[in-house]
Write a protein that binds this ligand. Structure first.
Ligand code: HPA
Length: 304
């Protein structure tokens, strides 16, 4: 079978679908929340917000247009519309991973829905393996840049309204102001938070020792299987992105998925404190500040 012209397999979420608009229509029927913030809680990290949400409505991903059923234990797959630390928010508990096999387009559904709902900022969290000796289990790392080793680009097939491919600048994909804000918040909380480069691999297998050595030499500080498709799509859509990684293991170790989840749960106390400091400071930010950021940001709000 020859590949479709938009680079996306038929039937899977892609640039020509209307899932984001359909999702907004469905959510608006039952929720009046206009989120300023969208947040994604990755593997085992839901407790970092669980007690801080004032929920208005909850949606299972199963009921959202285009969302595949979650196949991963520990990924609840729920969207909660409500307040988070007093800020109107779309809280995504669980994400769609590339390794689930639904195509790279499925991993962009969350940022697309977030942007269509009106969010200005996307806060991404994940679990990752530390590639530097100082990035020990339980430490938090602010992602300042990434390596996309997924073998696919989430913007394949996207077009801006003028028909141009999504030539989106990623020179500052992770918003510099938000990084500074997060660093100050960490300091105020007395948290030892690192900054570093995250590399996304397709998974679901973990890295071999040779791959681990290669990734460290390539300039990565932590390795995981998520976040990058969401961050890239979010930048194309004009969202400001902040991403926080919880180091759950040393990369290349023999840890099981269950051990990674357990370590993530341990790190949630620190993550909760950090999110609690950052989120109230996001209020009133965004809007005009987004326009013109990192090439493509200006017109990007109209991308698919
Ligand atoms: N490798 C890839 N993904 C991960 C890891 C890892 O070591 N830990 C948590 N997610």
């Amino acid at each position: 079978m020859s590949p479709p012209s938009n680079g996306v397999l038929p039937g899977l979420p892609g640039p020509d679908d209307t899932f984001a608009q359909e999702g907004v229509a469905l959510i608006h029927e039952r929720s009046s929340v206009v989120p300023e913030l969208a947040i994604v809680l990755g593997s085992g990290l839901g407790d970092a917000v669980a007690n801080d949400i004032e929920p208005e409505r909850e949606f299972s991903y199963r009921t959202l247009p285009g969302f595949p059923p979650s196949s991963v234990p520990g990924h609840a797959g729920r969207l909660i519309m409500g307040g988070l630390h007093g800020v109107p928010a779309a809280v995504f508990l669980g994400r769609v991973h590339f390794y689930e096999g639904h195509g790279i387009g499925a991993a962009t559904l969350i940022p697309r829905l977030a942007a269509a709902l009106g969010a200005k900022t996307l806060l991404l969290t994940n679990a990752s393996g530390g590639l530097r000796p100082s990035l020990k289990r339980g430490r938090l790392m602010l992602i300042e840049d990434h390596l996309n080793f997924l073998g696919a680009n989430p913007l394949a097939g996207w077009r801006f309204p003028d028909g141009q491919p999504a030539f989106v600048g990623l020179g500052a994909a992770y918003d510099r102001d938000l990084l500074a804000l997060a660093e100050a918040a960490a300091q105020a909380e007395g948290l030892d938070v690192a900054r570093g480069v995250y590399v996304a691999l397709p998974g679901p297998s973990f890295e071999t020792p040779a791959e681990t050595r290669f990734l460290a030499k390539a300039g990565a500080d932590a390795v995981g299987m998520s976040t990058v498709p969401e961050a890239v799509a979010a930048v194309a859509l004009g969202l400001r992105v902040l991403a926080i990684s919880c180091i759950t293991n040393a990369a290349g170790s023999e840890d099981t998925h269950e051990q990674v989840l357990a370590a993530a749960r341990e790190a949630t106390l620190r993550l909760r404190a950090l999110i609690g400091r950052i989120v109230p400071q996001l209020t009133g930010r965004g809007g005009d500040e987004i326009v013109g950021r990192g090439g493509g940001g200006g017109e990007a709000g109209q991308a698919p």
